[in-house]
Design a protein around this ligand. Structure first.
Ligand SMILES: [Zn+2]
Length: 162
């Protein structure tokens, strides 16, 4: 009888433990696998132009990128880690010479950070997965968000809808 009781207590404890773990997971929400590389590693997998934009927060010259006037249907992914960032559904022609989106694919895909470089107050867009610089977000975009995600073509790759 004592043995049975011990087993029962044991089972209950295991059950509680499992429930506890499930709760912990759901309360943490979505956790993204981070891509972490040294500058040396980034240099080997990016072109020098991509490295300058993604890792040194550069900006390509307006109207020179591959995607500012690109109108195909599909998904724009991070050139550094292939994280899906923007949908062609939210792309619009801002006239600025860079690809512009009024929303990210998902708010977990990008991070937003205050950027005070070059004597300007701007809001930087960073890939949430590999921390690469993508561009800047401005508050002069169209409805419904009023935002303009202004992204370097060199920070993006494009996956067409099949
Ligand atoms: Zn990335």
């Amino acid at each position: 009888m004592k043995k049975l009781l011990t087993i029962l207590i044991g089972l209950t404890a295991t059950g509680l433990l499992l429930i506890g773990q499930t709760n912990e997971k759901s309360s943490k929400g979505f956790v993204m696998d981070k891509v972490v590389k040294s500058d040396k590693e980034w240099e080997t997998c990016l072109t020098p132009q991509e490295f300058q934009i993604l890792r040194e927060k550069g900006t390509e010259r307006a109207f020179t990128g591959e995607y500012y006037n690109h109108k195909e249907d599909g998904t724009y992914i991070c050139a550094g880690c292939e994280n899906e960032l923007f949908s062609s559904n939210t792309k619009y022609d801002s006239g600025s010479g860079w690809p512009a989106f009024f929303d990210a694919l998902d708010e977990t895909k990008v991070k937003i950070k205050r950027d005070l470089s070059y004597g300007m107050v701007r809001t930087e867009i960073i890939c949430a997965k590999c921390d690469s610089h993508l561009g800047h977000v401005f508050e002069d975009g169209p409805k419904p968000t009023g935002l303009r995600y202004c992204v370097n073509s060199l920070a993006l790759d494009f996956v067409p809808i099949k």
